[in-house]
Design a protein around this ligand. Sequence first.
Ligand SMILES: [Zn+2]
Length: 342
Amino acid sequence: MEALRGVVDPELEMDIVTLGMVRSVAIDHGSVSVVIALTSESCPLVGRIKGEAESALEKLQGVSSVVVETAVMNDEERSAIIEKLKERRKTLPMPGKLPKQGIKRILAILSGKGGVGKSSVTSMLAVEMQRRGLKVGILDADITGPSIPKIFGVSEVPFVLEGKIIPATSSKGIKIISMNLLIGKEETPVVWRGPLVSSAIRQFYTDVDWGELDYLLVDLPPGTSDAQLTVLQLLPVDGIVVVTSPQELAGVIVAKAVQMSRMLSVPIVGVLENMSYVKCPRCGEVIRLFGESRGRQMAEQINAPFLGSLPIDPDLSASCDRGKIEEYRNGAFEEVASKLLS
Ligand SMILES: [Zn+2]
């Protein structure tokens, strides 16, 4: 165990023993076998941690063979590690974190893959917040999905005043910054690699004059890579909202949300299921095209509040297409927003 204290998880910047990642050590004469529990199967650092553990043990006197196996943390181990990170966060005021400025709460909106309608959900959450008298901004970092500016019918190119970028403003006063506004034509296909997206997110936060806001919603690109998550660590994010759809492979988004929550040491403040059902325009019957909703189950699995299910609504799509989302109303969105804000 002492030797393994030299193995540091580069992401969490703590050694694997302190983090409680060493699940077991078995010694049989000169043969040592160790099981290290990782936070997720897809942890990109598996090879590195395993290699370092092996070489640390091989160096020990009297050790003839070393086997290091990795496993995925169970719920208990996972909550223990989150507690540990929270503790550390209290003692060390993250030096790298950017200042909060005049923004009260920052929420990152996450989805597992594209096509779950995340941008329209983010937009509607902003609209519902604005309707409740809150000051809201959207940092649109989802350059692959339908664009937030288009949904709000905003096309003004942001300008620079006294070294700060002045964001676009929707007709009801929601502040918007988006790659699409800077690139110009929204049709331009944008193939941006992770590091570019990261620096754009960072700049959108630091260089934009957001003024006083109650909420800043950060609409993340789907399929969030580690590079994008890393830059989010710089932002003083308060919570993560997970948008899912019934067709999505639950495991993928669950792992990602947990990983992100761990990396940012912030809670998942809500899970909502989009495209959950269709309401018959004639009789109002609810038709669940993809079977029973699994959003609630998923929320329970990651110990987060379930905010509700949202319908597929042609009226919403039409409002988004026309840039008139601020005129759209739907009780389902009202409920979801109320739960999120409660
Ligand atoms: Zn009907």
